[in-house]
Design a protein around this ligand. Structure first.
Ligand SMILES: Cc1cc2nc3c(=O)[nH]c(=O)nc-3n(C[C@H](O)[C@H](O)[C@H](O)COP(=O)(O)O)c2cc1C
Length: 412
């Protein structure tokens, strides 16, 4: 019997396994950021600047990490972020990931640019499904996609607003990594050096449905997409604006989530346009290099939104302690991107399941060691934030944090 731990004791172990299994061009597309990767590093460093100030001798037996979001109960305070790539890492990886999410009792977001069609994911995985939308320059094509998502039973539309042009991912150019695949001596060698991926993923597509392609794209463009370096899609829309959001609000009958907010004013404007939630995100450091970490932006957004709608956050979450820190700063839910992708790349459904299990165990342990029985008990009183801008903003956004005379923040 296979060891259910897969020999991975944390997300970084899964990352290493992923790195060994998939070609370098594909791995770097998942793993890296943009330009000098300042955002990518800072997203992780922001967690280290926040420390816990635990309480003890609290009975934490029978604890659970359930949350309620939009009136629905979920088994963990996390959801799967949209990443249009799981299906390249593993044959039909989107279905594997969505199933793992359903089994873990959390929502799954399918990306516009996924390799498996939205109807198949809905039929074969089930669970609470959200659909992520990139608006194309031809709005009517995007609106048709929204109709499809509604007919397929998706419960939320996640509109991504932080990628109006593609991030500058120079490694994709160096690696010759494009969709559809283009063949150079360099990337063919890369594929040949990774036979587990070549036979287990690429060959399975070629022998069944053909080369992987963007299955949600309308047929008029699906078969015409010329090879472009990943992330340099010709389909982005740099005229996207608030009026587009208002139109989507009128069209979409279910929950509308705006993903890619950093500035509190944009969160407020999202509410004005009828959004049901915002995701504070810098796209995992994949678009604008040098943008502040979502964790640093979170207190201001939470303060501005003032509980009118849920505030979610993503970018850089690899540990249960990261999740608990964000919840303590006022997030209602955390979106997970690369962590579960590493799991899918390493071992498909089993790998995604393992990644979620790691988060569950780590969140549980961090809650217990902080004296928390439920997510309701996770608040700013758990945190000791060293001096600095985050401390000041957290103090202003959260009246239940106080600023000491030396400029440090203490929970009440
Ligand atoms: C390989 C990859 C592909 C992504 N594709 C999309 C996408 O199609 N749409 C989108 O809104 N976000 C996309 N994202 C961003 C994620 O939704 C999320 O914001 C980010 O991954 C969070 O950071 P993390 O990976 O550090 O958890 C992608 C991220 C990765 C790593």
């Amino acid at each position: 019997m296979t060891d259910p731990s897969l020999g991975a004791y944390n997300i970084f172990d899964l990352r290493l396994q992923a790195m060994r299994r998939v070609p370098k061009g594909l791995f770097e597309f998942v793993d890296r950021g943009t330009e000098d990767e300042v955002s990518l590093r800072n997203n992780r460093a922001a967690f280290d600047r926040i420390k816990f100030k635990p309480r003890t001798l609290v009975d934490v037996s029978g604890r659970n990490q359930d949350i309620t979001l939009f009136g629905n109960s979920h088994k963990m305070p996390i959801a799967i972020a949209p990443t249009g790539i799981a299906g390249l890492l593993w044959h039909e990886g989107e279905i594997a990931l969505a199933r793992a999410a359903r089994e873990a009792g959390i929502p799954f977001t399918l990306a516009t640019g996924s390799m498996t069609g939205m109807e198949r994911v809905a039929e074969e995985a089930g669970g609470e499904l959200w659909f992520q939308l990139y608006m194309w320059p031809d709005r009517s094509m995007s609106h048709k996609l929204v109709e499809r998502a509604r007919n397929a039973g998706y419960k939320a539309l996640v509109v991504t607003v932080d990628g109006v042009v593609s991030g500058n991912r120079e490694y994709n150019l160096r690696n010759g990594f494009t969709i559809p695949f283009s063949f150079t001596r360099r990337n063919v060698t890369d594929v040949l050096l990774h036979p587990r991926w070549m036979f287990g993923t690429l060959a399975r597509y070629v022998l069944t449905t053909g080369m992987p392609r963007y299955e949600n794209y309308p047929s008029e463009i699906k078969y015409k997409v010329t090879a472009r370096p990943m992330g340099r899609s010709q389909m982005r829309n740099d005229s996207l604006n608030w009026d587009d959001l208002k139109v989507l609000r009128e069209m979409w009958p279910h929950k509308l989530i705006v993903k890619g907010i950093v500035h509190p004013q944009d969160a407020l404007q999202s509410i004005e346009c009828g959004a049901d939630a915002v995701v504070v995100s810098n796209h995992g450091g994949r678009n604008l290099d040098g943008s502040m970490a979502p964790l640093e932006a979170l207190p201001d957004v939470v303060g501005a939104v003032n509980k009118r709608i849920p505030v979610m956050v993503d970018s850089g979450f690899r540990r249960g302690s990261d999740v608990v820190k964000a919840l303590a700063l006022g997030a209602d839910c955390v979106l997970i991107g690369r962590s579960t992708l590493y799991g899918v790349a390493a071992a498909g459904h089993a790998g995604a399941t393992r990644a979620l299990q790691i988060f569950r165990e780590e969140i549980d342990r961090v809650m217990a060691l902080n004296g928390c029985r439920s997510i309701a008990g996770v608040g700013p009183q758990l945190l000791h934030i060293a001096e600095g801008p985050l401390a000041r903003r957290a103090a202003m956004a959260r009246p239940d944090l106080r600023l000491t005379e030396t400029g440090k923040v203490a929970g009440s």
